[in-house]
Design a protein around this ligand. Structure first.
Ligand SMILES: NC(=O)c1ccc[n+]([C@@H]2O[C@H](COP(=O)([O-])OP(=O)(O)OC[C@H]3O[C@@H](n4cnc5c(N)ncnc54)[C@H](O)[C@@H]3O)[C@@H](O)[C@H]2O)c1
Length: 417
């Protein structure tokens, strides 16, 4: 006899990140992947085949989101479609709920929650309107090194010598895999929106005392800088145009491929804390590089995913095909290559999905939720504002809700200043 509940899960979008989630699901208990909706039928079919191969659920492909969530076995939805579809997806879910056609418990949404503050706020409002538990899919706060590092630093260093005061996070790779990411209006920005969302949240998580509400840190001010260092160069702009059938035009409509920010917080006692982030789409190394440092009065912590335990060397005589089998956004197949053996685990997807599933089954709001997604969007939009004005921006930021970065309007062009 079945003694416990299981969660039936449907995925919206069957692309790159859904495949990551599916591979992570072999480490997730009490939940089955039962549906994948994607307008691209081949994508949906391939993702379902992967789910079946991994034995993580009898997933069926769907063309309609409403049809998928009408299936009474589907209890929760993971939104993994492109950023520009966030609101239409959430509105369809709410509509189906209001018509009594979907009996969902929860919804989990990939980063970013919205392309701007207004969209992120609307996502939170819609989840509340539909009475759904909401999870924000920020994998980095579930990375085993980040979680374990935080536990140890706070239990030993911070308890005896004082809290950490500086967190540095960096996310860099050689550029996204699909043309829509490169388009400011579709994605919501450039690398700042795409990757700094991870850094600001991971850093905030590290500086927050274990067990405390994320809101205990008060943002005070932010100073940011953006630039297009590589991809507006005609040689590389042509690569983007060629990869998109001529649509992506970085000579006239670039997005930033480099961004940094410095956020100053006050802690619960009013002491200053600093978060430094740097992100880029112009880092050519072995593959994606994720790094984090946390500094306190008598201790420090450092994480770098490319300092992998496993390294493999191939001589110049090994001329194999390009792939991403050693590390995400891999740039080479020869020389000394770091290998991240289980990216799904090491980047946090397995623990993230376990937490979301357990929360939904227990009827609890996940620890990482749409309110956090909204906070992240607020930080990112304030960073864009600072970069555009070339000034430090102070919280609370007037006009943040209405603010749309120039890059998201398609009007940003640093070489035309
Ligand atoms: N956590 C991370 O590190 C991480 C990494 C990559 C992507 N993401 C996020 O995941 C999301 C998807 O990114 P991706 O890399 O998988 O993109 P992708 O382009 O590889 O895949 C997106 C898929 O969604 C489908 N799609 C488009 N419109 C849809 C709709 N209305 N309903 C359902 N499916 C639709 C597309 O056909 C495509 O198959 C983005 O929001 C991105 O920011 C997060």
């Amino acid at each position: 006899m079945k003694t416990h509940k299981r969660l039936g899960v449907g995925f919206v979008g069957g692309g790159f990140i859904t495949r990551f989630h599916l591979r992570s699901w072999v480490g997730v208990r009490d939940a089955d992947v039962l549906g994948i909706v994607d307008p691209d039928e081949a994508r949906a079919g391939e993702a379902c085949a992967l789910a079946k191969k991994l034995r993580i659920g009898d997933a069926r492909p769907y063309k309609s989101l409403t049809k998928m969530i009408e299936n009474p076995d589907i209890d929760a939805v993971w939104i993994c479609s492109p950023n520009y579809t966030r609101l239409e997806v959430m509105e369809e879910i709410v509509h189906a709920r209001q018509k009594g056609r979907a009996k969902l418990i929860g919804v989990a949404c990939e980063k970013p929650l919205g392309r701007n503050v207004r969209e992120a706020k609307a996502m939170l409002g819609l989840a509340r309107k539909a009475d759904l538990l909401d999870g924000y899919l920020e994998n980095q706060v579930f990375c085993p090194d980040v979680v374990r590092g935080k536990e140890i630093v706070w239990a030993r260093g911070a308890r005896l010598c004082g809290r950490p005061y500086l967190a540095r996070a960096a996310e860099e790779h050689s550029g996204p895999h699909m043309p829509w990411f490169w388009e400011g209006p579709l994605q919501g920005g450039g690398v700042l929106n795409d990757m700094m969302c991870h850094s600001v949240e991971e850093a905030r998580f590290m500086l927050t005392p274990p067990g405390a509400e994320r809101g205990v840190l008060t943002p005070v001010k932010i100073t940011a800088h953006t630039a297009c260092l590589k991809w507006q160069n005609p040689k590389y702009a042509k690569v983007l145009a060629d990869n998109s059938g001529g649509k992506t035009d970085y000579i006239n409509r670039p997005a930033e491929d480099f961004a940094r920010s410095l956020v100053e917080y006050r802690d619960e006692k009013g002491s200053p804390l600093i978060v430094e982030t740097t992100t880029s789409w112009c880092y050519v190394g072995a593959g994606v590089r994720l790094s984090m440092e946390l500094l306190g009065p008598e201790y420090s912590l450092a994480i770098n995913n490319l300092d992998a335990g496993l390294k493999i060397f191939f001589s110049r005589n090994v001329k194999s095909a390009a792939g991403e089998d050693m590390v995400e956004k891999q740039n080479a197949e020869a020389g000394l290559m770091p290998v991240v053996s289980s990216e799904e685990t090491e980047y946090g997807y397995t623990a993230e999905n376990r937490h979301m599933v357990e929360s939904f089954l227990d009827g609890k709001r996940p620890d990482e939720n749409f309110s956090d997604g909204l906070n992240v969007t607020e930080l990112l939009m304030a960073a864009y504002m600072s970069a555009e004005r070339e000034k430090t921006v102070t919280f609370p930021v007037a006009g943040l809700e209405e603010f749309i970065p120039a890059v998201a309007k398609g009007t940003w062009n640093p070489r035309k200043k």
